[in-house]
Design a binder for this molecule. Sequence first.
Ligand SMILES: [Zn+2]
Length: 144
Amino acid sequence: MTKTCPNCHQPNLPAAAFCHNCAAPLAAAPTVGAPPNQQQWQPQGGPVVGQPTPPPSAGASQRAMIALGLAIAALFCCGPLTGIPAAIVGWMELDSIKKGQSSDSGKWMAMVGLWGGIAFTILHIVIYVVYVIFVMLAASNPYY
Ligand SMILES: [Zn+2]
């Protein structure tokens, strides 16, 4: 059983509300239509409620915090192992802050990551070299 279009006489499915050939409304169907202005009740023009100002801690990007964390890890345990990634991540983060892609509030973390990462890497290398020199001196000195 089909519904014939009153406009172009194209047979349509009984459930069709519009002709699939010419898109004319198929009047016979008693569609339980939604009232047309059902969706219109929305407060218009109001300001977006909920986030008027971002909280101060939301600005620092995750990358800045990673750089800071890696630099701290470089200081306390890992030296170059995390110091070099800290410097790289910190540098990338500083770059994107400079371009305005990241929030300025993560800048100090990125700085610590960059310079701390470099400094702690050098520090660990220096400590290691000094340690090796001492061991070699001690080993070569029979009276020590
Ligand atoms: Zn039609």
